[in-house]
Design a protein around this ligand. Sequence first.
Ligand code: SF4
Ligand code: SF4
Length: 118
Amino acid sequence: MIELIIAERCTHCGECAKICPSNVFDAKPNAPPVIARLEDCQTCFLCELYCKADALYVGADCETANSTTFEGAQASGTLGQYRRESGWDEFDGDARFANEHWRMESVFARARDLARNR
Ligand code: SF4
Ligand code: SF4
């Protein structure tokens, strides 16, 4: 479940709000997005995957948002782990992080639009 948005790292790009298939975030102009519908998070990790600033943390617990802190996530090496170990962005082509994910923007966009129109 989405647990953290790290305001100091957020570049306000809005990608997490665009890609989230469950419409969990409200994007804000010139500000970090807000977690507006936490209960709708399905722990898909897509927001982590699309956040190039590693300003998001999704915990593996699907039921409960635990009180993870920026310092705790950073110290454990889990901040940005999903993006890194999926071989995206600057990790593309790095043999240590073979990319086995397909970019499925159109599929997730359809799911997001359905969630928004509920
Ligand atoms: S994707 Fe990351 S940097 Fe972009 S708005 Fe979301 S939290 Fe901020
Ligand atoms: S983990 Fe998935 S469902 Fe949850 S906020 Fe991120 S993109 Fe949305």
